[in-house]
Design a protein around this ligand. Structure first.
Ligand SMILES: C[S@@+](CC[C@H](N)C(=O)[O-])C[C@H]1O[C@@H](n2cnc3c(N)ncnc32)[C@H](O)[C@@H]1O
Length: 299
């Protein structure tokens, strides 16, 4: 399954992508945002792309190679390490940066990657297959208290204690190694109203474990502050988040950057997040929880 880029026109227009500009796509995924930026920045624009999933970079490369040869370079790694990966000459050279956080449809729809409770597969959830810790390691090794805290904090799951205790009971019988196995344990151990509620009862726990495996919230704020220093005057950073924990960090970090610049009346940012239109949500339901925030560097 290919990934449909979210808020594509909005990202390109908020970033004011221009011919000859230099851009960074921190989360290449299927390459949808990269492609649109390369189109809009031609002739002469250049794009640095990062993803911690090598298979995403390979696919995106196939998509872009013919048309944009020589105008982009991809790096395998964590966007938090962009300084080491890209080896930028100096600060103030980048015209726009996009970070479209979270998982791609390619990752979610591949049972062997273990991200989805809807498809049975190994309990993996690593975006970067070269990292050692899988979801099954956390689920089978963490003490009950840490497991409950993780599920509560990263999943905002009200039945976190109940679910953690059920996981520990089950793993005493045999290790939990599959997505269907974990989803089944959760389903059997939450109240019936929750079991048959609006969302699948495993949704929040799966989100929590995925965030922990991929350390998705660690250093997000530091990354935003760092990459902001590399923007040229007038350059913009666009971040798309998919859940409230991420959005809160993005919003607070933007605010802290703005407060430093209080004396500058022209300093701009999107006070309210930009959300997908009804038409976009209808044609791509995966976009429904997306929130785009943009900040501009003035000087
Ligand atoms: C939502 S998808 C991006 C989709 C992309 N914008 C497109 O148009 O196809 C998120 C991608 O970011 C990658 N990713 C998530 N966190 C990352 C991180 N900290 N460093 C590098 N890549 C990351 C994931 O592997 C995934 O491929």
């Amino acid at each position: 399954m290919s990934h449909i880029p979210v808020l594509l026109n909005e990202v390109v227009s908020y970033l004011k992508v221009k011919p000859g500009g230099i851009y960074i796509d921190c989360t290449v995924g299927g390459g949808g945002h990269s492609e649109a930026i390369l189109e809009q920045s031609s002739p002469g624009g250049f794009l640095f792309g990062i993803d911690k999933d090598q298979s995403a970079l390979d696919l995106a490369n196939q998509r872009l190679r013919e048309k944009f040869e020589g105008r982009y370079r991809f790096f395998h790694g964590d966007y938090k390490d962009f300084q080491q990966l890209i080896d930028l000459d100096k600060k103030g050279d980048i015209h726009g940066v996009v970070a479209d956080l979270g998982v791609s449809s390619m990752q979610l729809s591949a049972p062997e990657r273990g991200f989805s409770f809807q498809k049975d597969g190994p309990l993996d959830m690593r975006m970067d297959l070269s990292r050692p810790v899988k979801a099954s390691d956390l689920v089978n090794d963490l003490p009950v208290r840490e497991l409950a805290d993780l599920i509560r904090t990263y999943g905002e799951e009200r039945y976190a204690n109940q679910i953690a205790r059920a996981i520990v009971r089950a793993r005493e019988e045999s290790p939990i190694l599959t997505t269907a196995g974990l989803a089944g344990i959760i389903k059997e151990n939450v109240p019936p109203a929750y079991r048959y509620g609006r969302i699948h009862p495993a949704t929040r726990t799966f989100q929590a474990i995925r965030i922990a495996v991929n350390r998705e919230l660690e250093s997000l704020s530091e990354f935003i502050k760092n990459i902001f220093q590399y923007l040229a005057p007038g350059g913009r950073l666009a971040v798309i988040s998919f859940h409230s924990l991420e959005d809160r960090i993005v919003k607070r970090t933007f605010l802290s950057l703005i407060q430093k610049k209080k004396k500058d009346p022209d300093f701009q940012w999107t006070k309210k997040p930009v959300c997908p239109s009804e038409e976009e949500v209808e044609s791509n339901p995966a976009s429904r929880s997306a929130k785009l925030r943009v900040i501009e560097r003035r000087l």
